[in-house]
Design a protein around this ligand. Sequence first.
Ligand code: NAD
Ligand code: 6PG
Length: 312
Amino acid sequence: MQIGMVGLGKMGGNMAERLRRGGHEVVGYDHHREASDVGSLKELVDRLETPRAVWVMVPAGAPTQQTVDELGKLLSEGDVVIDGGNSHYVDDQKHAAELAEKGIRFVDCGVSGGVWGLQNGYALMCGGDDSVVQHMMPIFETLKPEGEDGFVHAGAVGAGHFAKMVHNGIEYGMMQSFAEGWELLEASDIVTDVKGCFSSWRTGTVIRSWLLDLLVRALDSDEHLEELRGYAQDSGEGRWTVQAAVDHAVPLPVITAALYARFASRQEDPPAMKVVAALRNQFGGHAIASAEGSVGMGADSPGADVTPPKVR
Ligand SMILES: NC(=O)c1ccc[n+]([C@@H]2O[C@H](COP(=O)([O-])OP(=O)(O)OC[C@H]3O[C@@H](n4cnc5c(N)ncnc54)[C@H](O)[C@@H]3O)[C@@H](O)[C@H]2O)c1
Ligand SMILES: O=C(O)[C@H](O)[C@@H](O)[C@H](O)[C@H](O)COP(=O)(O)O
């Protein structure tokens, strides 16, 4: 099958390669000219035979919106746009409606597998009409991992990215759980081979998993993660998962805590904890750490000369 790929970065570049290896013809376009087969989105569209199929694999938000807007002007009735980036499912519903005005069909496709997908295949979660999903099946079959699993047509437009969003929420919780277990083991004196524990858990245990394999891989190159800062970004999926949970009144304490742990990781000196320290000092005369780094009540500490209330 012939397909256009917009965005040839870590994901789109490897996906184009996997599709080519699978016998498909791929025309790639990226802002970075050296990675591209064509010089513009218009040229990409002109190179494809109708009905055309264009896979969008650029960052979610403005880059995806801009690409969908431009494709809406360039494509024709019967053509297909697939958004494989980590877009918010709410955006899918808007994009599908905009493209439908010209008879252009839309599929949202959550993609998982990261930079390992070229060799392992990409897990795919699709949303859209059955007819257009069936039409694109040769592409999905080549991208997905071998075997029966690794592909789902999750529902109507938006369902693919909704499923990917929840997948990523689970990913946040699992990673945070490994992280906390690792910190506790490192802090203890009892266990002297922390990496050995994680490595041994890869076989036979209840928690054996790909994330565990990847953690052991990271520890193999930096056993105590001394080369890293404890700083974690997020690109939206966790926030949207928590927002959807609020909308549906579904309690997600683990995923929410994992998201908040990332926010906390970016704070050098957490402002909220200043309030907690100030209040402990006010009511209990408890020690505070000064901005300069010393710890203590200080000569002018209110706790130093306050007579505590009598306990009845
Ligand atoms: N990296 C992952 O593990 C992973 C996994 C699944 C999904 N995703 C999603 O896939 C998408 C791409 O991720 P990535 O990791 O390949 O990012 P990336 O930054 O490696 O690549 C994005 C590419 O898109 C190009 N680009 C940006 N805007 C463009 C535009 N308007 N027109 C043409 N090209 C444009 C950039 O030049 C870049 O080469 C994102 O939505 C991301 O969230 C990433
Ligand atoms: O399933 C996957 O392949 C990953 O989840 C992938 O989608 C990507 O690595 C996330 O974009 C990271 O998301 P955060 O930046 O929110 O951690």
